[in-house]
Write a protein that binds this ligand. Structure first.
Ligand code: ZN
Length: 157
């Protein structure tokens, strides 16, 4: 069981034909971006055509799961009712290591909202939202994980 930061009632994303491969990799806790197999440009979110060379073929590049905060916002209003008791939470855009120009919108976890800043080094942590759905969150790099309520497993391996 992975750690949990957000409730089951949170709206879940829907996969499309272009994003299905990304979601499938995420379900196995692999962070990938789409890479054009003609010019090599990486992009996110996935799309059918390379914005650089218009090629329609691509593959998936697995990333190390680290990056830096490109920008962020601290959410103090319950735009999503299911998150009312999780306020405030931090939404970040992560500049992903290993994928020039590809950014991923996610959440900063295991950190106080006042700790977020542009350029903060972060690393991916996975939150299993269901048997086929895992979402990448990010925490400050090198910081020991917190134990969200009900998420800490007993004992050690
Ligand atoms: Zn291309």
């Amino acid at each position: 069981m992975t750690a949990r930061w957000f409730p089951d009632e949170m709206p879940t994303p829907a996969a499309s034909a272009e994003t299905a491969g990304w979601w499938e990799a995420a379900s196995r806790h692999r962070l990938v971006v789409q890479r054009c197999d003609q010019c090599g440009r990486t992009r996110h979110p996935p799309g059918p055509v390379c914005p650089s060379c218009r090629a329609v073929t691509s593959d998936w590049l697995e990333l190390p799961g680290t990056g830096t905060v490109y920008t962020y916002t601290v959410v103090h209003q319950a735009f999503v009712p299911a998150l009312a008791d999780r306020l405030p939470y931090v939404v970040i855009a992560v500049e992903l290591d290993g994928a020039t120009g590809a950014r991923l919108v996610s959440n900063l976890v295991d950190a106080a909202p006042e700790d977020v800043e542009v350029g903060l080094p972060v690393e991916v942590v996975w939150e299993d939202m269901g048997p086929e759905l895992a979402l990448p969150r990010f925490r400050p790099a090198g910081v020991a994980p917190s134990a969200p309520a009900g998420a800490r497993s007993e004992g050690t391996r």
